[in-house]
Write a protein that binds this ligand. Sequence first.
Ligand code: AMP
Ligand code: MG
Length: 343
Amino acid sequence: MKTLKLTTNKQDIEAAAKIIRNGGLVAFPTETVYGLGANALDADAVARVYEAKGRPSDNPMIVHISRASDIGQLTPMLSPDIVTLIDNFWPGPLTMVVKKKPTVPDRTTGGLDTVAVRLPESQAAIDLINAACCPIAAPSANLSGSPSPTRAQDVVDDLDGRIDAIIQGDDCRVGIESTVVDMTGEVPTILRPGIITAEALEAALGKEVVYDKSLEEAARHVALDPALGVSESDFQPKSPGMKYKHYAPKADMLIVEGERENVKKEIERLKGLNEKLGNTVGVILFEEKAFIEAAHDFFARLRDLDKEGVDLILAGALSDTDGVGFAVMNRMLKSAGYKIARV
Ligand code: AMP
Ligand code: MG
């Protein structure tokens, strides 16, 4: 398949929208990462997204809308809390899981009776959804399992020849995927951390917001630590996407965690040892507390190091228990397959 390369100008957006209306696939920029879009209400189109990405079919997609009022097409129930979050965080990098209407195909939601909805802030995304005149289901525009794409070239690298078109816009401002919060229960529950933090959600709602248990365990690095006797089968996330191998670079990857000076020393030591043995080593060590920058750069760094062809990536852990650094660590841990050296 020949993949059309489009810009964000009006004519190209119109062409992309037409492809979506006809059941095709278009990758487009959002403020978080690039998305791979299809008409969310067309089960066949959505099936093509799974195929192009190699994505497991029980991993549901986020449905993107361009006006808050369009959420009514997707869900029958807007609680006061949902309305508060819409008012405070949309457009923006917040996805809400809500009860779904029957018009949303099971394909889109991986068979769940809930649907994840987001109103992105990126102008190109808004223009595309508006022009398509339908909600757009869009997971990240990468091959399943690889680091998320934050630059147009990343999408070309993964999906050229597999999808109908790519809108080549700017690099993504945020760099990690949206915060996903489940609004279907009594207590809002974060299923995937992002740059909109639990603290920010609590401030807007005036009530407690919790993390999904599996996420907490993974984040505290205990889920797969044999020393603690917790097995992989105890680790069953509510958000289907969280259980798969994710964000993995081609290189081997190890996280080094501990007091900053020790981390730096250990990374240098491991780098030296590996290089002596003929391995090429890439290092990811962000400035202390520069969490926003880390979010922006992390996936791009993984992809750049893979292009350089390094054998091993050594990454310094970010110390942040529930903010933006925590959201980046959630990705870093998965990228490394939870391999951590503590110093
Ligand atoms: P991605 O499309 O790669 O950004 O991933 C979307 C994330 O949202 C995945 O982790 C999905 O499992 C999660 N998600 C989407 N829809 C739902 C839903 N209805 N309930 C729970 N999680 C969802
Ligand atoms: Mg993804």
